[in-house]
Design a protein around this ligand. Structure first.
Ligand code: SF4
Length: 578
């Protein structure tokens, strides 16, 4: 991983690729790499779909190594959804393969003016860019089938569906999983629209003939990796709960806590929760010949995912995760797992973010376009997105646009990005993260659900404002580092509770790169990346008034606890004072 691959999509005579040394970006990976390049090279006031924006795709610092859980890939740019800096990350095989090919980042620059779309093939022999208009407007599943026929099933693909080609602000970037299915998405912030604006339909990565990346100190690295794996396996969440039930184990937990946003954030409990819970989902998957335990990339030992079959026992989609089940389920009043799985399949195929789409359908239901609980109507609305009808284009641009078009006040967004599956009134720590994250409303940016609800990494009362600022601040710093190292965020459950597991991660980075970082250095790295991102957003026009939840969270109490969001604006403004 000693070079950056730059691809100029508007070069004279057609797209041109050139590899260069890491230079000023040495020592960065994942989110640290994407945010560094975007901060330094993208004009903050540029149009996100214009030639001046750049799409940066980067494996984490441990990508391509033998480190367990190191398969996350970061996708960064100026976001068409938020107007600020964006990093969205995904699992799947792409990070490992790209890292083994020796690239710390791919940077897509410029924009083609010829109306063509392109396929980029990267292998040990170099880079080949070909016009691929025969792939135009294909869904991700058909696209990957075609590529499999041409390149075999050992490659990894990074692609967009029709939503990305139509430059919708909810468009995702898909990565293929171990079975070469396009199921792992860098979903948030419209990164797929930026890839579409660059005229790139798919990047095919083939690491045949390349080796696993080797650490500087193999013995220390091996020992740290063993401690790491042992720690993940012994923690009850990463060793038992997530493998058995996936992230959807949270449905019953959040419902019980009264923080499960129901029917467009109007209540905190959903009567149909048991029908769509992780427990029901796992039983259904097993009964139909699917699987309740499955990893999204080689080297994942938690395996929170699964395989969801339809009623006839045929593959439909990967196991919809908690956020997806909530977004298309309780948030829309839908308690039908098969309908939710179909919505997940459509989202993956069209290439849209399941959180943004579910929140958007919830807003559309509040506007009266369909009734809450009407699964068929929800499926038809998402199909409009795939077809690119005028209504579909409104919906495909997310909850904020849909709320404006249809005159809805209760629109759960921050910086234009839809909130995930935790109501900030009943989980106040996550409300601080939603409000202040550089990314817009994003649970992964500082997952305060840990201490608020799960009693992991401490305990902070979820209904009171006390302690939430510090909790969110520390988690936002730590998460930035996790996203830079490129390990799956779900390691945090074990790393927060078990100091030796956190230390093992630091030891892996140190032994891999021949460094001697300590905890303070690690925190310093996280703070410096957050500062870069905040500076970009400030230059793009963001002020402290953008670090706020919509007003209704302060003046509409949420049942069953009848609470409002209590953290003051003055306190929100101190999150980044360290
Ligand atoms: S724990 Fe889940 S999301 Fe994380 S790498 Fe494994 S399968 Fe993918």
């Amino acid at each position: 991983m000693d070079k950056i691959l730059r691809i100029n999509m508007s070069a004279d005579g057609g797209p041109q690729a050139a590899a260069e040394a890491l230079g000023a970006y040495a020592g960065m990976g994942g989110r640290g790499m994407t945010s560094s390049i975007v901060s330094k090279e993208v004009p903050p006031l540029c149009h996100p779909l214009g030639a001046a924006n750049k799409l940066v795709i980067a494996p984490g610092l441990l990508g391509g190594s033998a480190a367990a859980m190191s398969g996350r890939i970061s996708v960064g740019c100026k976001s068409p959804l938020t107007g600020g800096i964006k990093e969205a990350n995904a699992g799947g095989q792409a990070a490992q393969v790209l890292a083994r090919l020796g690239y710390a980042a791919i940077v897509l620059e410029g924009a083609p003016t010829d109306g063509n779309i392109y396929k980029i093939l990267i292998n040990k022999d170099g880079v080949k860019i070909t016009e691929a208009n025969n792939l135009k407007m294909l869904g991700n599943y058909d696209l990957i089938d075609k590529l499999k026929a041409e390149h075999g099933d050992k490659v990894a693909c990074i692609s967009i569906g029709p939503a990305g080609e139509m430059k919708m602000s909810a468009a995702s970037v898909a990565c293929t999983d171990m079975e070469m299915r396009p199921t792992r998405h860098a979903g948030r912030g419209g990164v797929g629209a930026v890839m579409g604006a660059k005229g790139v339909k798919v990047i095919v990565l083939d690491d045949e003939g390349m080796k696993m990346r080797a650490p500087q100190d193999p013995e220390k690295f091996k020992a740290a990796n063993k401690t790491w794996v042992d720690g993940l396996q012994k923690h009850p969440v990463t060793g038992q709960g997530l493998p058995a039930y996936g992230t959807n184990i949270l449905t019953n937990i959040l419902n019980e806590a009264g923080g499960y946003p129901t029917r467009n954030f109007s209540e905190g409990r959903f009567a149909g929760h048991e029908k769509i819970s992780g427990e029901t989902q796992a039983e259904t998957e097993k009964a139909r010949g699917g699987s309740a335990t499955h990893g999204c990339h080689r080297g994942c030992i938690i395996r929170c995912s699964g395989i969801y079959h339809d009623k006839n026992g045929n593959y439909l989609t990967k196991q919809p995760e908690y956020e997806t089940v909530w977004a298309h389920g309780g948030n829309c009043g839908i308690d039908d797992l098969d309908a939710i799985a179909m919505l997940d399949r459509l989202d993956d195929d069209f290439g849209v973010d399941t959180i943004e789409m579910g929140a958007t359908i919830g807003v559309a239901m509040e506007a009266g376009l369909a009734k809450f609980g009407d699964a068929e109507a929800a499926i038809n609305l998402v199909k409009e997105v795939g077809k690119g009808t005028p209504l579909g284009r409104v919906l495909g641009n997310g909850a904020a646009v849909t709320g404006r078009v249809f005159g809805v006040e209760r629109v759960p967004v921050v910086k234009g990005q839809a909130m995930p599956a935790y109501d900030p009134r009943a989980v106040q720590g996550i409300g601080v993260t939603y409000a202040t994250s550089t990314m817009g409303a994003d649970h992964t940016a500082g997952y305060a659900v840990t201490a608020n609800i799960l009693q992991v990494g401490g305990s902070v009362d979820p209904l009171k404002p006390e302690g939430q600022i510090e909790l969110s601040r520390n988690l936002q710093i730590a998460t930035t580092v996790v996203d830079t190292v490129g390990v799956c965020l779900f390691i945090a459950f074990a790393a927060l509770d078990q100091p030796e597991t956190f230390q093992a991660l630091v030891d892996m980075v140190n032994s891999f790169y021949g460094l001697s970082l300590n905890g303070d250095d690690v925190a310093g790295l996280g703070k410096s990346i957050l500062k870069m991102e905040r500076d970009f957003n400030k230059a793009a026009g963001f002020t402290k008034e953008h670090d706020r939840l919509p007003a209704y969270f302060k003046n509409q109490a949420l049942a069953p606890h009848n609470v409002t969001f209590q953290v003051t604006d003055q306190d929100l403004d101190t999150v980044f004072n360290w």
